[in-house]
Structures are given as structure tokens and as C-alpha cells.
Design a binder for this molecule. Sequence first.
Ligand code: CDP
Ligand code: MG
Length: 717
Amino acid sequence: MPSMAQREFRSSVQNSKPNPKFPTVSHFSMRQKIAEHRRSLPIATVEKRLIEEVRKNDILIVVGETGSGKTTQLPQFLYNAGFCREGKMVGITQPRRIAAVTVAKRVAEECEVELGQKVGYSIRFDDTTSNLTRLKYMTDGLLLREALLDPHLSRYSVIIVDEAHDRSVHTDVLLALLKKIQRTRSKPTGEKTEIGNLALEVQTNTRDENVPQQNGVSRGCQGRKLSPLKLIIMSASLDARVFSEYFGGAKAVHVQGRQFPVDILYTVHPESDYIDAALVTIFQIHLEEKPGDILVFLTGQDEIESVERLVQERLQHLPEDKRKLLPVPIFSALPSEQQMKAFAPAPTGFRKVILATNIAETSITIPGIRYVIDPGFVKARSYDPRKGMESLDVVPASKAQTLQRSGRAGREVPGKCFRLYPEREFEKLEDSTKPEIKRCNLSNIILQLKALGIDDIVGFDFIDRPSSGAIVKALAELHALGALTDDGKLEDPAGYQMSRLPLEPIYSKALILANQYNCLEEMLITVAVLTVESIFYDPREKREEARTAKNHFASVEGDHLTYLSVYRESDEFLEKKKVAGSGNNIDKIMKKWCKENFVNSRSLKHARDIYRQIREHVEQMGFNVSSCGNDMLEFRRCLAASFFLKAALRQLDGTYRAMESGEVVHIHPTSVLFRAKPECVIFDELMQTSKKYIKNLTRIDPLWLTELAPHHYKTAE
Ligand code: CDP
Ligand code: MG
């Protein structure tokens, strides 16, 4: 692969050298190493100035190169400057769960505290914070949920919205909400103020030190004095204008980063299979280039796991002394103890090859990277409100993303970035990614805004307004699901219940109905499995074996029932082993069971976690978790009653027509109903690859639709 273009980056001082007096990794030298690392970060030189700016400005925009120390250091600076006095917290939001987790762990280590004490994180289905937590890392979506319980976010003195350039839908809505809350909190006390239509009185009573907590969230703000809220918007992109303008000309400060030159290399010809091209390039680097770790940008868990396996396999064909290459996956759904492996240095003599999604573009910085492989793709959500169809597609990355990716190679030493496409393709890329709010289904976010008392969605002060078509569609969907009344207010109790559950409205609806159909246990399992990425492990190279294994669980009724049986069999197996006294070895035994049954053990574990947590939620709502036993008819009827908006009918030519949108769709080859082709199905997901596919299906009787969702499907008279 010849180098066809070179881009010069600014270089600067190297990291400080290790102290030769303490060559072993004793606690003391670890501490010293961390202190030195912190001092060496570009942001360290501007600590005083940053704090001054925060004191002077209620809203501050901080822009800085990835890896300059924004996320890990600024919250610590604020803590040291006294922003956490009197029990107040600094909240730092991230669009991605994995960033909240890994960064909180790192900061806890830097502060030499246990995670969950002074430093903690809280993400959906995983909260490590306590009453002692002062620096709280969390997802932007989680802070939005907190606002439901504490509309003034009164426990926070500062909120840092990190990775704002990412423009996730939650970030955008959060910015709008924080703008409102900030105004409210700077009003003189005692005055009536409004957040949405929720009139709230700003209280002047003294604050109770032991704020009652529920799920790590303070309940309301009554009896507590409100102090002004500081907002910091952080971004890795140099263009801070959009945020500055949105906040009425807010001040922006730039943290100078450091970057070594990165050689950009393009392929001469387009690659038809970027996975294969990535593999070839990994080995080319491993065998020909100087030491240094490799970072490969892939689009999702499936791809990452398949490349991980293929690397392992190809290594077996190399001579013994050339096998020192260690693939390390990192993606959001990875259990957090495994995520941390990406940050640990490779064993001596080994080269790490980190297989990551776009989370490694700006949200997390992994040390030691010298080579980047960029196939140029990303998995992105898109939404067509006219058809009401959302899909997750693999699409070309934007120029901004591609530049961030190559930058990862030059953080510590001069590096190389291998782009797996010809240079002329680069010019064709979009400059930046469209904000997510313009390409997603809004029903979840609108339900939350309604629950916050914001009724006028069209008039809401969005940074980028979603299309009115998308708003109307979401309102109609929420109405059809029974979350909103005819005049667009939250339905009581279903709308409130749905807004409290940390799930897509359609899943919340399924749980509420399952409570009535006495199959809540089955629906909890189903929703948990649908929430994780594929429960089956389907390696390209062992397709036949995987299919046979899957047939063992397969239900003629469809995928939901198949998932149920995977979950249940694994449960029974687990119980048997526990009874047999294999308690200590359970993880290992479970992994073996998963491997033999072609079940993805990571996904199954994740699904179990999610099951436990949603179960807690519904129990708190007063639901009694009952099971329909073997009465799968009731369960399927409940699925039909919940997913009626996602029903499809077989046509004469064997394709399907999605009833809501009229789209022609195909059953995805991974579905157990792929060959059976029943007359009518409900589905969970529509995705567009070479064709429009529906995934996760259950066979239903088409008459159930008119019977169970008569408000939506009128019977022909
Ligand atoms: O937010 P920003 O991109 O500006 O940087 P950061 O995330 O605060 O990272 C600053 C430094 O901490 C980088 O040099 C990372 O390599 C290091 N870091 C780490 O070693 N382990 C982590 N889990 C997170 C950060
Ligand atoms: Mg950061």
C-alpha cells in the first residue's frame, strides 16, 4: 500500500520519563506515575485559567483535542476549587455508556478512591454512585431521567456536557433542558418559575444534608436552597460556534493539544470486503512495522467479534515467534471488566490490536496507539418519518470522524493511519455527521419531555429542530401506544409508567400489557434479550454448526420464543450446576455451555443484568411478576397487542408488506421463521442492508390485530 498523501500535524513535547529510582510498580511509583501523567497533560497548564473562566461565566464552552485531559481532569480541577462543597456534585455527561464507565474508573484511580465513593458513574442498568459521590460520570440520557425526579437538578453545582460535538439526541435535548433549568436556578428564591408547564416554587429552606436517595437520584428539591448552576459544554471539534450561538454568545476556550505527525495511507483500489482488507492490514503492520499498538475502527459487536476470531485463527498459521499479537475488543455492550482490558498495556513483547467501534474516535483515549486502520464506515441510525421506519445502517463515516480517527495514531509518537479506500473517496465524504435528532424516531424523547411537563414540543428550544413530520409521527405513535391522550397529554397511568421505565416506549408498553396478560416474566426476559446485541453467536466460518445448535432452541412460533428458550435453558443449566456445588466455577462453566450451544456469552450475561434491573423497576411500579407457564398463545397475543405497529403480512410473491408503512420487506436470514414464512408476523427491528429486512419475529394470527388493537386496525365492515 503506497503512501499517497501525507498530512502534517503539530508536534510538541514528549511525555515525561519514568523515574529510574523506582523501577518496580510499587504503590508509590504508581502514584507518582499517575501524578506525572496528570501534570504532562496539555490541560494541566491551564487549570487556573479554566477555573477563573468557570467562575466568571455561567456557561463555558471548552474545546480541546482528544486526549488533552478534558474529561478526566476538569472535574478534578472543579472539585479542588471547591465546587463540590456542601454536598454538591459535578455531573459529567457522556453520549456513550462505555466512556462514562471507563473514565470514572480512571478518575477514581487518579484520586485514589474506591469507585462509588468520591467518584462514581451511573448509566442505565448500572449505578455505582453513593451519597459520597461528588464527581458523577453518567450518560446524557440518564441525566435526562434524573430531571424527571429532580426537575432543578438541585444536587449539581456544575454540569459538564461532554462530547457535545457528537450531537446525540440526548445531548441535544439535555442542552435545551439545562438552558431552561439554569435560568430557573438563577432566579431570586421564592419566585414562581416554570419548567415546561410544571410550576415549581424555588425553595429557600435550609438544605437537608442527607438528601433521600432512590436509585442514586435525589427526590425532588423541596426544602432545599437552589444555587446557580454552572454549565460547561465540552467538544473535541474546533467549531464551537453552534453551541456559543445557542447559548447567546457563550464564551469558548481552547485547550491546546499536542499531536505528532500521522502518515495517511490510502489503498490504490476500492476494497470489496473491508473486513478482509482490515485483516490483511493488521498482519501487514504486525509483520512489517515498528512496535506500537494498532487501533481498528469497526462498526459493531458482530464485526468486532468476527475479526477477533479471525485474527486468532490466522495467528496459528504464523511461526511461533511471530504470534505476539493480542486482539482486544472494545464496544459499549462489553461487560465493564472486559472493557478495561483495552487500557492495560500489552504483555512484554506483544502488540495489541484494539478492535473498537467509533467510541474510540473521541470519547475514550487508549494509550499506546501508533497505527490506525480505518475502513471508513460507521453504524448509524436513520429514520424515515413518512414511513415510520427506523433503521441502523452501515454508512460511510464523515470527514470529521475520519480525521478524528487518524488523529488517534499520533498521540504519543508519530504514527500511521491506513484508510481502506482510495484517496478520491475521501473527498466524497460528508463534512460532518447530521445531528442524531434529525435522523431518529422521537417517540422516546417526546415521552420524556411530556413527563417533564413540556407540552409544546414544536415550540421547544431545540438546538437543531427535528422535522415537524418526525414530531407528528412520534406523537401519533405515542397516542397509538396509549401513552398520550387525544389532546396530547400524558395518559394516566400508562403514559407515566412508560416514561418512568428506562426503555423504548414500545417495550414499556409490552411490559405493561404483559402484566395484564399474566406473562410479565416472559416479557421481561424477551425485552432484556432484545435490548442486547444478538444472543446467538454466529461465526462466519462455522455457519452450519451454528445453525444446528440454534435449531435446538428454535420455536416454530418465532424468534421471541426462541430467545425465551435459550434464556430458560441457560437458567436451568445454571441452577443445576449451582445445586451440584459448582458455585465458584460458574462463570467458566457457563461460558463452556454458551460455546457449545453457539450462544454469545457476553450478550447472555448482559441480558441477565438487564432482566434483573427492569424486574426491579416493574416491581417498584407495583407489578406482580407472574408467568404464563407453557401457554405461549397468551404470550404471542400479548406480543401482538404490544407490537401491532410493527406487523407484516406475507404477499403472493413471498415477500412481506409492513402494514404501518406499506414497505416491502424480507425476513432476515437469521430469523427462525426465514424458511417457514408464516402469513402474518410482528417484528422488532427493520434494517436496511442489501434489502429491507425485518428481524426478531413472531408468528401471529392477523385477526388478532383487529381484535387487540381495534383503535389502530379497523375491521372492514
Ligand atoms: O477528554 P479528553 O479527550 O481531552 O482526554 P481524557 O479522556 O481526559 O484523557 C486524558 C488522558 O488520560 C489520556 O492520555 C488517556 O490516555 C488517559 N486515560 C487513561 O490512561 N485511561 C483511561 N481510562 C482514560 C484516560
Ligand atoms: Mg473526553
